[in-house]
Design a protein around this ligand. Structure first.
Ligand SMILES: [Zn+2]
Length: 320
């Protein structure tokens, strides 16, 4: 068994600003550190495909996707003499000529990763993709996110394969409000999100349905307090008996990341991944698809992804 790493060069054509933290260097760093990690013999590198629009409509409203396409069409007509023509989709999210295509390749990687874990011997996949997705709601872009990649993966898996229940685990330092919005009325999707609170996007606790397991973290929360706070997830996931585990893998809760104030380290990402791998082996034939969300301290991001992927390789699922 190996872990398949999905990515696509188009993901790095989306450049919001020359000094923006959500930048192409993130994927370069991940790629470099995965290659340097010595894990190559258990990794399969694959290029994802551009997603078909039909797969987006189960996570997002058609109106929203139509609006993105309209904006994209208008951007393509902007003058080639204009420096980086762009529009703002929200206070934090810029769309330029390459953005929609990049987002569609990112979502395509997530969809292809679902196919991979259901149709090949590789039951684990990690998507090194950008732009990230977990702030994109049913009907809007938000927080650097255009298309909610993990939600596209979940809805695709439930339609394409014999998947009744999906557990999504989101350990990004920011609450996955977009994912929560998309699945708030679907109790076949358990959503476990740990996040600094109060912090952007300033929600995640009020009026949460019972199939959501929010874990707010105080600024400065360390490894021990985070591990204690998320440990109840594992029994809840076990009781839920998911057919697929998805991970919104944001690494901005790392202590070196300036975008948050939580103090996790690489060993924490290895630890939670280990727990999820064991649950996946128990309940869903070892199947885990993990998609990159945040993580902006480049070296820490690369090291954290290596720890995460290394743990995905551990405890291979063995059919008897
Ligand atoms: Zn984040």
């Amino acid at each position: 068994m190996s872990v398949t790493i999905f990515s696509h060069p188009m993901c790095n054509t989306h450049i919001m600003d020359s000094d923006h933290p959500e930048c192409p260097a993130r994927l370069h760093q991940i790629n470099d550190q995965l290659i340097a990690s010595g894990l190559e013999y258990v990794l399969t590198f694959a290029q994802g495909t551009k997603i078909d629009l039909e797969h987006l409509y189960h996570a997002h409203s058609k109106l929203y996707i139509d609006e993105l396409i309209l904006q994209d069409t208008q951007l393509q007509t902007r003058s080639e003499f204009e420096t980086n023509p762009h529009i703002w989709l929200d206070d934090d999210t810029i769309m330029m000529k390459a953005s929609l295509k990049a987002a569609m390749y990112a979502a395509g990687c997530a969809k292809d990763a679902v196919d991979e874990v259901f149709t090949s011997n590789n039951t684990r996949a990690f998507c090194a993709i950008r732009p990230p997705g977990h702030h994109a709601t049913h009907a809007s872009a938000m927080g650097f996110c255009l298309i909610n990649n993990v939600a596209v993966a979940a809805t695709y898996a439930m339609r394409q394969y014999d998947v009744q229940r999906v557990a999504i685990i989101d350990f990004d330092v920011h609450h996955g409000n977009g994912t929560a919005d998309i699945f708030k009325n679907d109790d076949n999707v358990m959503f476990c999100s740990s996040f600094q609170h109060p912090f952007y996007p300033f929600g995640g606790l009020e009026n949460q349905p019972s199939h959501f397991k929010p874990v707010p973290l105080a600024p400065g929360a360390d490894s021990a307090s985070w591990r204690a706070a998320v440990t109840p997830w594992f029994n809840a996931i076990s009781d839920f008996k998911p057919d697929l585990i998805l991970v919104s893998a944001g690494f901005d809760a790392h202590q070196e990341d300036d975008l948050g104030h939580v103090r996790l380290v690489e060993a924490d990402y290895a630890w939670i991944t280990d727990q999820l791998v064991k649950l996946a082996n128990q309940h869903c034939h070892g199947r885990i698809v993990s998609v990159l969300e945040g993580g902006y301290a480049l070296s820490a991001l690369g090291r954290s992804v290596v720890a995460h992927v290394k743990a995905l390789v551990s405890h291979p699922y063995i059919t008897v």
